[in-house]
Design a binder for this molecule. Structure first.
Ligand code: UT7
Length: 329
């Protein structure tokens, strides 16, 4: 990738619903146990949005926090890119609702659908717009209300996910700083291992699809698990390779938070000490496109991750898709 200018994070923010649902709460309505969920996934609790909150609300709240962090106003934003698998509605793009809620009247707005890799895909697009000189301020948001697309009778999926949003404001930074390399991938031959079968053009909504509960997330968890363990390591190495760097150069790995065992497998493969891997799945579950920016925000806010640190953000998910971004924060 040729760098005409550096592109980096000027501000970062997040938004998490106040309502906490613990594994113990789930035990009351589901044939599951705190022990199973914790040992198989690392999740202890997750946040669930109240009924009157939609994805654009959380996205706008996270975006406002990112703008405040950068001391920037909504009128400075040129473009809003929202990564989500849980849009407010099939049409229009949820990013347009976010634009209205922010009052970012100059901004263009669109959504990116790349499942749990959405934030990395969106970040790479935002990067291109600034590196090309077309735009100076791009909001990249990952936001999800996954609780609305889960089958709460399906213990194999509903215990895994949570709601939340994270956002960054991108802008020009000196060359050599900020986002340094991206590696993206997809393999559509595995599209059906993590999908919502109905509600699109292939299987339009009908009484039969609703009765068959085909509007909820279906996942072949084991298939995704094996794929995730493989790609999370490979794509990080490939993205570092482009820069002539290795895992030993990394200060932090900020992985998608789908399962603690997946993250730990990557950590062990890389021989990284625990303190160099950002993990918050215990408190939020899998927030899909929101998981990486929320984890990054927490690491920055707590003072753990500092300006100048070399960071790999790595995602994987529905598509199947995967991606890594290397950043000198
Ligand atoms: O972010 C997008 C990408 N998504 C992921 O990366 C998810 C990747 N996959 C995973 O994290 C894991 O595969 C899961 C956590 C989803 C499942 O863990 P697993 O170790 O692969 O378990 P499994 O699916 O093989 O199920 C083992 C057993 C089954 O029972 P039997 O057939 O062995 O009797 C399940 O029915 O665990 C049972 N089970 C549960 N038991 C209690 C499945 N879900 C639950 C549950 N509580 N919630």
């Amino acid at each position: 990738m040729t760098e005409r200018t550096g592109v980096g994070i000027l501000g970062i923010g997040s938004a998490l619903p106040a309502r906490v649902v613990t594994n113990i709460d789930l035990e009351k309505t589901l044939d599951t146990s705190d022990e199973w969920i914790r040992t198989r996934t690392g999740i202890c609790e997750r946040r669930i949005a109240e009924e009157d909150v939609c994805t654009s609300d959380l996205a706008a709240q996270a975006a406002m926090a990112a703008l405040r962090d950068a001391a920037a106003g909504p009128d400075e934003v040129d473009l809003i890119i929202l990564a989500t698998a849980t849009p407010d509605a099939p049409l229009p793009a949820t990013a347009c609702y976010v634009q209205a809620k922010l009052g970012a009247s100059r901004a263009a707005a669109f959504d990116v659908a790349a499942g749990c890799t959405g934030f990395i895909y969106a970040l790479s697009i935002g990067h291109q717009f600034i590196a090309s000189g077309n735009y100076r301020r791009v909001l990249v948001i990952g936001a999800e209300i996954l609780s609305r697309i889960l089958d709460w009778n399906d213990r194999a999926t509903c215990v895994l996910f949570g709601d939340g949003a994270g956002a960054v404001l991108l802008g020009p930074v000196p060359a050599g700083q900020g986002l340094l390399s991206f590696k993206l991938g997809s393999d559509g031959t595995y599209a059906d291992v993590l999908a919502i079968p109905a509600g699109g053009t292939k299987l339009p909504t009908s009484i039969a699809t609703a009765e068959a509960r085909l509007h909820y997330v279906k996942m072949a968890g084991n298939e995704v698990f094996k794929f995730a363990v493989r790609v999370i390591g490979d794509v990080t190495v490939q993205a570092l390779d482009e820069l002539g760097l290795t895992v030993a150069d990394l200060d932090f790995l900020v992985p998608h938070q789908a399962n603690w065992r997946i993250i730990d497998a990557a950590r062990k493969r890389f021989e990284l000490p625990e303190e160099r891997v950002v993990v918050n799945i215990d408190r939020y579950g899998n927030m899909s496109a929101a998981s990486i920016p929320v984890a990054l925000e927490e690491a920055v806010r707590s003072g753990r991750l500092k300006r100048g640190d070399l960071v790999s953000m790595v995602g994987f998910g529905a598509g199947l898709t995967w991606g890594a971004a290397i950043m000198r924060y």
